[in-house]
Design a protein around this ligand. Structure first.
Ligand code: 4GX
Length: 262
């Protein structure tokens, strides 16, 4: 995968390229990553990249010529790359989008600043308009990093020896199970004993239960959208009947206001 970012603040990416999984992916030639300065494609003594909006109003608009100049230079370096404009008006990025983008050979990420970019640029040279979420930032640089980060960790080999990318949250539509490390007791709280048992089948079952309950409590929307397999249905059904038993046991105590009870 090859990434080119178009930005007026290319130095923002220096630290990003230089740490952790991204750095290792670059060193291992799994990805290439460059930030091009849009200002280098602006003309005139002051290399201006923005201008006042036609029709008036406050704020500035990114001029089309430097942006398209930078885009053409990027496409020359990466023929066949897809162009992505980061904008709050785009399709909201998620794990499926990350998986979709991983299939491309190259991505050119266009970071807008100011109030936006000239509409004719969006229409003529942009393949996808993407938003990282419903909030307004000061520029597209952080969203570009979000996309590069999420796509890079899906590239085979990027996470190292483990196959963890596909076992993570969202790859199966569930949140990740609870995690523990040493010490065995921390501030009076013990690690669940099944995790110390060495029984891998029981551990896997506990992890699935943990994923299901966390998804139910924290992100019920994900569970509602998910196609459950038989084991997952069995676990949820067992909880239902266990909870039902607890509720029914109350009626013999004569407490509460159960349906049908007076
Ligand atoms: N997810 N912003 C872009 C300027 C802009 C506006 C319109 C193009 C068209 C954002 C987000 C985001 C703020 C980046 C406005 N550029 N980008 N910028 N949320 O808020 O992606």
């Amino acid at each position: 995968m090859n990434f080119i970012v178009l930005t007026i603040f290319p130095q923002m990416f220096d630290a990003f390229w230089d740490h952790g999984i991204i750095k290792r992916a670059i060193d291992q030639h799994l990805i290439t990553a460059t930030a091009l300065n849009i200002r280098d494609f602006a003309s005139g003594k002051h290399r201006v990249t923005d201008d006042r909006p036609y029709g008036g109003g406050c704020g500035m608009v990114m001029k089309p010529e430097p942006l398209v100049g930078a885009l053409r230079a990027a496409q020359k370096k990466l023929p066949g790359a897809k162009t992505v404009l980061l904008t709050p008006q785009g399709r909201v990025f998620n794990q499926s989008t990350a998986r979709e983008f991983r299939e491309y050979d190259g991505l050119v990420l266009v970071c807008g600043r100011y109030e936006g970019v000239d509409e004719r640029v969006c229409q003529s040279v942009i393949d996808f308009e993407i938003s990282t979420g419903d909030y307004i930032l000061t520029g597209g640089e952080l969203p570009a990093m979000v996309i590069i980060d999420a796509v890079t960790r899906l590239i085979p080999g990027a996470l190292g020896a483990e196959d963890s990318a596909e076992k993570d949250s969202f790859s199966d539509g569930l949140l990740e199970h609870a995690q523990y490390t040493r010490p065995q007791e921390f501030e009076g709280q013990a690690v669940p004993s099944v995790l110390l048992s060495g029984n891998h089948q029981e551990i896997e079952k506990w992890r699935l239960e943990s994923s299901l309950i966390r998804t139910f409590l924290k992100r019920r929307d994900l569970l509602e959208d998910k196609r459950l397999n038989n084991q997952e249905i069995d676990i949820l059904s067992k909880w239902c009947s266990d909870i039902d038993k607890i509720i029914r046991a109350q009626s013999s105590r004569g407490t509460g206001s159960l349906p049908g009870a007076q």
